[in-house]
Design a protein around this ligand. Structure first.
Ligand SMILES: [Zn+2]
Ligand SMILES: [Zn+2]
Length: 303
């Protein structure tokens, strides 16, 4: 099976908010499959179509790793041009079919109708957001064929509820979407993300024989076992930072944010509150911390 990496850019410089994203074209025995569809700009679709033409590939399907705009926004246009089947996990399919529903569960845009409408316009402008019909709802264990090659669907919730990785056992290839990206830890934001599930999904991957990780963002990664262990260690390190601060005494969100890992960079400051909430949820679920309420303020304390 031949794997072609097509990297696509957003309208902004390459930042973690709208980063360059990878679409993979998999070709075997004249058949082809796309893993993800990238941003929804005309230029993104053209780059993908050019690669398909260059390799004389007959694309029969597009597998979307998860319902985030940087991964699915070209899918609708590609589906029409290629007359192919779009597949995604059932838990994320509705976000791809009705992206407006994305925004009601978004930590930045979800507050009220006006902010949601604004968010939709922003995502259209910056990511080319566009909906797409999902023809097939995938589930864990499904097999997808490309020519003679077989890919196994692995449900890896955590980054989103319906996130999937694709595993090709013959060569040990793992297409990880945003579950594992090359630049450190991917964001896990409530309500669609869950740190506990993310950890469980990483541990599950440790049981596989993987020779190459092909992420949704950044370059392919070798030394796969150490990459997975590194991501687990990063989660633990964030948890330890929170627990260390709480050893000084109960703290509210603002207190924790001041003492935590997202210092000066304005983008990091914007993202830090929802990220912190995702980690606090895991620590609360595991009863490692508890909540104290004083008036209308909420403090966190060690259990
Ligand atoms: Zn994502
Ligand atoms: Zn992404």
């Amino acid at each position: 099976m031949r794997v072609v990496r097509i990297d696509l850019h957003s309208r902004l410089p390459n930042t973690r908010l709208f980063p360059d994203v990878n679409v993979y074209l998999l070709i075997d025995s004249g058949e082809a499959l796309l893993v993800d569809a990238g941003y929804g700009f005309q230029s993104s679709t053209s780059r993908i179509m050019n690669a398909i033409k260059r390799y004389h590939a007959e694309v029969s399907g597009i597998v979307i790793t998860h319902g985030h705009v940087d991964h699915f926004s070209s899918a609708g246009r590609l589906r029409r041009r290629l007359d192919c089947t779009v597949m995604a996990h059932g838990e994320d399919a509705s976000f791809i079919e009705e992206p407006a529903s994305l925004l009601s569960s978004d930590p930045f845009f979800g507050h009220d109708a006006k902010t949601r409408a604004l968010g939709y316009v922003a995502l259209k402008l910056l990511a080319g957001l566009s909906p797409c019909t999902v023809d097939k709802r995938l589930k864990d264990g499904d097999e997808i064929r490309v020519g003679n090659a077989k890919l196994r669907v692995l449900h890896t919730p955590g980054h989103t509820k319906g996130h999937i990785c694709l595993y090709e056992p013959e060569r040990g290839l793992l297409f990880t979407g945003d579950h594992v990206i090359s630049a450190g830890l991917s964001w896990i934001l409530p309500t669609r993300g869950d740190v506990k599930e993310y950890v469980q999904s990483l541990k599950r991957l440790l049981k596989l024989r993987i020779s190459l990780i092909l992420p949704g963002h950044g370059r392919p990664l070798r030394n796969c076992r150490s990459v997975l262990l590194d991501r687990l260690a990063r989660v633990s390190s964030r948890e330890r930072s929170i627990l260390r601060l709480l050893r000084k005494g109960p703290m509210d969100e603002d207190g924790l944010l001041k003492g935590l890992w997202y210092g000066g960079n304005p983008l990091n400051r914007l993202i830090s509150r929802p990220v912190l909430r995702a980690y606090l949820k895991k620590l609360l679920d595991e009863r490692r911390i508890a909540i104290i309420r004083a008036g209308n303020r909420t403090f966190y304390t060690l259990s």
